[in-house]
Ligand binder design. Structure first.
Ligand code: FAD
Ligand code: SF4
Length: 546
């Protein structure tokens, strides 16, 4: 076997051991190690797989195997990615690659500065052709698109590919399929209970949930009193180190017209920072998390939310550790059960559930459009420039931080899209682009399933629709808005309220047999033909605005 170790600094080769033809990868000013030999295994590590305990590290032969990480243009451009989303993944990857080097693991790292390859498939095909690995190993990627392209590349290059389970989830896609069996409806609640029992989370014994109830959802829907949220804890931010500074400069240079700014970066890029973010949440926010989970407030983007989705999705934080620590805070530190259960349900329940559904229904889910929504995404989704205060608040904070919390995503930007009738693919691409935590396995089911009902109820038993009155109840946005949430027609009519009635009227037939829509449809029946005609005329006006 021929073996070569080479270091490159400032474009110059250093530490050459054997002089044979080779390809050198890497950016200027970085020390890189490239191994060229008849390789045993090539281990792929993707940007959302920064997991120190991944199965991929279990059987490494440092002499004959090589790790592989690649930054490619397409991962930032296949949707018009927020600058913070790009920077976060690049910085996370570069920090992780440093850790691998410190551990003496052989690594081939392709830097974006080199612009050698446009996409992952091209980069991988190049490495396979040059290095001739006997096998390629990877952990299941978070995007079906990436999964398919890596599988196809290995096929075309005629190299066996071994897929490993992602240990950063508490169930596998196979577990979910098995549970699904031939059930007619796959509801979150029952999957969540399965996992509670399996991992013995918040349980009194094998069968009984702690406190006698599985779900404390109804006590988790408070809105703030008129003085608003009090004593909100500060968010953390970490001074940009050299790696992050380089990445920020790179993103500003390469993607100047992409949405968002890099002025404020609140997101952890290492495991240590992720732990600090988690502790901040447990110490300061958990207690109020449940009560105000669905509440919104002017100029308060974070409230009591945990801000750990990026860290979990990049695999810097393990969900079981997060869940077990939350339980400890209840059992040993007196955090309220409703808050702790509400938080755990998001992770052990929703997070695992959407992933199971994603792999069960891809790739077909992407093309579903059950309500035949065809409108183009209005331009203000990219600027926040609209008179609708709730939309402008939710979108502008998204552009500043790459973040909006769940209810803003579901019941403001998502609700507007559903009522307005935006083409599901366009709104899906928007969500995938603008949130720092966006990875398709979690974004797509939440958008096309929960929020847009494009899947005809795979995920939600009814569409999440409401008028402006819901937003008024859960926030103070309407008090700062020129529209009136209770009005459906006229100068001051709230677009949400107009479009809500228009939605019900348009889709009344589709939902007439859905018992969960009965109440709303009964209210629609009380409207006169003239009321409906006025609402329809106003809805047309709203949709014709730029
Ligand atoms: P918290 O409110 O503190 O919740 C704690 C954790 O629970 C989150 O970090 C997250 O890991 C998990 N969680 C909560 N709700 C969900 C959910 N519905 N599905 C899966 N996990 C959940 N989440 C993403 O991680 N990436 C996305 O791209 C994404 N896109 C979304 C798109 C839409 C239309 C909607 C309605 C929701 C989306 N979510 C997404 C889910 C949720 O909004 C975010 O996980 C949450 O807002 C992240 O903020 P946080 O960490 O402060 O969460
Ligand atoms: Fe949003 Fe309507 Fe309230 Fe204005 S009045 S903030 S548009 S819900």
């Amino acid at each position: 076997m021929t073996s070569l170790l080479i270091g490159v600094r400032n474009g110059k080769v250093v530490g050459l051991k054997l002089n044979i033809a080779l390809s050198v990868v890497g950016a200027a000013n970085q020390l890189k190690t490239v191994r060229i030999f008849n390789m045993r295994r090539l281990y792929l590590i993707l940007g959302d797989q920064l997991d120190r305990d991944s199965l991929i590290f279990n059987d490494v032969d440092k002499k004959n195997d090589c790790f592989w990480m690649a930054e490619v243009n397409q991962e930032s451009t296949h949707v018009w990615s927020h600058k913070q989303r790009i920077a976060l993944f690049l910085s996370g990857m570069r920090h992780f690659s440093e850790e691998l080097r410190e551990k003496g693991l052989p690594l081939q790292y392709h830097f974006l500065e080199d612009q050698q390859f446009s996409d992952l498939a091209e980069a991988l095909a190049h490495t396979i052709t040059t290095e001739q690995p006997e096998e390629v190993w990877f952990v299941r990627p978070g995007d079906y698109r990436v999964f398919e392209s890596l599988v196809n590349t290995c096929k075309q290059c005629d190299v066996p590919l071994k897929q490993l389970n992602d240990q950063h989830f508490l169930s596998t896609p196979q577990d979910f399929m098995q549970w699904a069996g031939d059930k007619k409806q796959l509801r979150l609640e029952y999957w969540y209970r399965e996992l509670r029992k399996k991992y013995q989370i918040l349980m009194e014994d094998d069968k009984t949930p702690l406190g006698g109830k599985w779900n404390y959802d109804e006590s988790n829907r408070k809105s703030f009193k008129k003085e608003g949220p009090q004593d909100l804890p500060k968010t953390l931010s970490w001074p940009a180190d050299k790696i992050t500074q380089t990445v920020i400069a790179l993103v500003n240079e390469k993607f100047p017209d992409h949405p968002g700014t890099l002025a404020e970066l609140h997101w952890p890029v290492t495991q240590v920072q992720a732990q600090q973010a988690l502790s901040r949440f447990f110490e300061n926010c958990l207690e109020n998390f449940g009560d105000y989970q669905d509440a919104m407030w002017m100029d308060e983007p974070f409230l009591n939310h945990s801000l750990i989705s990026t860290a979990m999705n990049m695999k810097l934080l393990h969900p079981l550790q997060v869940i077990q620590t939350a339980e400890l805070y209840h059992r040993e530190k007196g955090a309220p059960l409703a808050a702790v259960e509400g938080f755990i349900r998001q992770i052990l329940g929703w997070r695992e559930y959407v992933r199971g559904l994603y792999w069960m229904h891809m790739p077909g889910w992407l093309d579903m459009n059950a309500l035949e929504a065809k409108q183009n995404l209005p331009d203000f989704y990219w600027t926040g420039d609209t008179d609708m205060t709730c939309m402008s608040q939710s979108i502008k904070q998204t552009l500043t931080y790459g973040y909006a919390h769940h209810i803003q995503r579901l019941m403001v930007t998502g609700l507007f899209s559903l009522l307005y009738g935006i083409d599901p693919k366009q709104i899906h691409q928007w969500y995938l682009a603008v949130y720092v935590d966006a990875v398709e396995w979690v974004e797509l089911p939440n958008t096309l399933g929960m929020s847009q009902y494009a899947d005809n109820g795979i995920m939600a038993s009814k569409p999440y629709v409401a008028s402006g009155n819901y937003i008024n109840k859960m926030s103070n946005y309407c008090k700062n808005c020129r529209f009136k949430p209770s009005e459906a027609v006229g100068e001051n009519a709230c677009p949400f309220t107009t479009l809500f009635w228009d939605f019900l009227d348009t889709h009344a037939d589709t939902f007439k047999n859905n018992p969960r829509m009965g109440f709303m449809l009964k209210n629609l029946e009380r409207k006169s033909a003239t009321d409906i005609a006025d609402i329809k005329a106003q809805a047309i006006k709203i949709r014709s605005l730029p």
